[in-house]
Design a binder for this molecule. Structure first.
Ligand code: AMP
Length: 170
């Protein structure tokens, strides 16, 4: 059986020169390894103690929704511009390769008080900080972050003031 890190391909200079893109999509092509990963992530105390999961557009949805099912926790989403209807809470942020903004549906966020953030990868921490700022500005608790991959050199973890759990380190 293949290993988890062996399923993550690296693409140099994608989507921009200087970026080493880590492609996690190979994981979902190996259901047994995907399942093992989801069981491990779902058993985290961060997930156990959170009222709900918030997963980040778009690859975060793959892992967030599987964890949500396995752990029987509700999931809400943070999405890129133009993707969500209704009244939104929005914040702009800097990405490792550009700028972006994320939105959360106000109505969804109002339902739960404590959150575990889920994404595929932690790089500079800008994306996760954006989501955590929206949550905190709306008096919600952030219990921690779960990601599949952490890019250690970018030190995203040092910018976050909550626990971070990662499964693969590059
Ligand atoms: P950051 O805000 O810098 O921590 O970037 C994290 C977000 O951008 C995640 O949602 C990732 O999907 C994406 N991302 C950033 N850098 C990379 C990379 N080198 N490889 C794959 N995805 C990345």
């Amino acid at each position: 059986m293949k290993s988890l890190d062996g399923l993550i391909d690296t693409y140099k200079d994608y989507p921009k020169k200087g970026i080493e893109f880590k492609d996690v999509l190979g994981i979902v092509q190996e259901p047994m390894i995907f399942k093992e990963l989801i069981l491990k992530m779902s058993s985290s105390k961060i997930i156990e103690n959170a009222e709900a999961i918030i997963s980040i557009d778009a690859r975060g949805f793959i892992f967030g929704s599987a964890i949500s099912l396995q752990a029987s926790k509700p999931m809400i989403v943070a999405r890129k511009p133009g993707k969500l209807p209704g009244e939104l809470l929005e914040k702009k942020y800097n990405l490792e390769y550009g700028k972006n903004s994320l939105s959360i549906q106000k109505k969804a966020l109002e339902k739960y008080n404590s959150y575990a953030i889920v994404d595929d990868l932690l790089a500079t921490g800008g994306t996760v900080n954006c989501v955590s700022d929206i949550l905190k500005n709306n008096d919600k608790k952030v219990l921690g972050l779960l990601v599949v991959v952490e890019l250690i050199k970018l030190q995203g973890r040092s910018k976050l003031n909550f626990p971070v759990e990662s499964s693969v380190f590059f």
